[in-house]
Design a protein around this ligand. Structure first.
Ligand code: 2U9
Length: 344
């Protein structure tokens, strides 16, 4: 019996050592240590042994069982570790591989220009104000000294929704509303960027919808020279410190006196070329001192308060700054155009 047990031990350990899968190990365990296995069989036959032999064989059988079980456990651990290693190797990621390029968008040129202008005016103490694009006849025209019958109110030029409602033709109503909101009792220093609508036929320089930025500064003792100083800073910031400005007399119903501002042509430096049509100057915006009637209608006493206002078209500013030759580029959304102005 002793020999039989030793034989079984050698045989089982050999099988364990040559096995390569967890399934083989399980089969060996069942075959040698299971209820129907040879060791159990040996133990069952112990009844026939003498009193002296029994504990010796019993102890040996347990040792053989333990040795086989330990060998199985050890091999199992080894195979499991190998399996895990193999799995990890198969699933490993090369984190040093370069990523696939992602198409990154950027702000629209018009957005960049508007934000640049906003930042400049915020730096000079102006607040940003917005208002409705569907506006009342009163705020769009009446409050801006454009009474009924005024040629600028021609039905042909504006998108009317009802007799009293229209798509705003300029952002000036936002300023009229802000003055009303402040009830004639405190200074107004604001700019209002936004979309405006006019019944125009679209071409390279006209669009039925475009952007405006208007500014308004109402306070005590505001002078034309304040307007000139602010606009000079704007022109130099947007077009370069070497630009000169000039103000020419003009007319707007909401300002008196009114001016238009030119900057010296960057292409010829004021000498005259095809870009500035030989004049050396390029018109960029309009402005003036707020008409006393406009102040009065908004609740500001023109004897106490006065102010300046100005208006510009960011599309035109961007076209001049970047040499864009057609206003429709801003709305066609051709990425080949838009991409040129994405900062990297
Ligand atoms: C209030 C009082 C005065 C706004 C002004 C202009 C002159 C002007 C045009 C430039 C090109 C519009 O984009 S454009 O077509 N604007 O020249 N705008 S003064 O004056 C105001 C506005 C509101 C209450």
């Amino acid at each position: 019996m002793k020999e039989r047990l030793e034989e079984l031990k050698v045989e089982a350990l050999e099988k364990v050592s040559s096995s390569n899968t967890l399934k083989d190990l399980q089969d060996i365990r069942v075959a040698y240590l299971g209820k129907k296995g040879p060791i159990t069989e040996v133990l069952r036959g112990m009844g026939k042994l003498s009193q002296e032999e029994r504990p010796v064989i019993g102890e040996l059988a347990n040792k053989v069982r333990e040795a086989i079980s330990d060998a199985l456990d050890e091999k199992k651990e080894k195979l499991e570790a190998e399996e895990l290693e193999k799995k990890l190797a198969e699933e490993s990621l090369d984190v040093t591989l370069p990523g696939r390029p992602v198409q990154v968008g950027g702000p629209h040129l018009l957005t960049s220009i508007v934000e640049e202008i906003e930042d400049l005016f915020i730096g000079m103490g102006f607040e940003i104000k917005e208002g409705p694009e569907v506006e009342t006849d009163y705020y769009n025209f009446e409050a801006l000294n454009l009474p009924k019958g005024h040629p600028a109110r021609d039905m042909q030029d504006s998108f009317y929704i009802t007799e009293e409602l229209l798509l705003r033709t300029h952002t000036s109503p936002v300023q009229a509303r802000t003055m009303g909101e402040y009830e004639g009792s405190k200074p107004v220093k604001m700019i209002c960027p936004g979309k405006v609508y006019r019944r125009d036929t679209d071409d390279a320089t006209h669009s039925h919808q475009f952007t405006q930025i208007e500014g308004l500064y109402v306070d005590k003792n505001v002078r034309m020279s304040d307007l000139k100083g602010v606009l000079n800073r704007f022109a130099k910031h947007m077009f370069g410190e070497d630009r000169e400005i000039r103000l020419r007399p003009s007319f707007f119903p909401f300002t008196e006196p009114s001016v238009e501002m030119d900057i010296s042509c960057k292409v010829c430096n004021g000498k005259g070329c095809s870009v500035c049509k030989g004049t050396g100057w390029i018109e960029i915006l309009g402005g003036g001192m707020v008409h006393p009637r406009v102040l009065e209608m908004a609740g500001y006493d023109p004897k106490v308060y006065n102010g300046f206002a100005f208006g510009m078209g960011p599309e035109r500013i961007a076209m001049l700054k970047y040499g864009v030759d057609d206003i429709r580029h801003f709305y066609m959304n051709d990425v080949r155009f838009l991409k040129q102005y994405h900062k990297v």
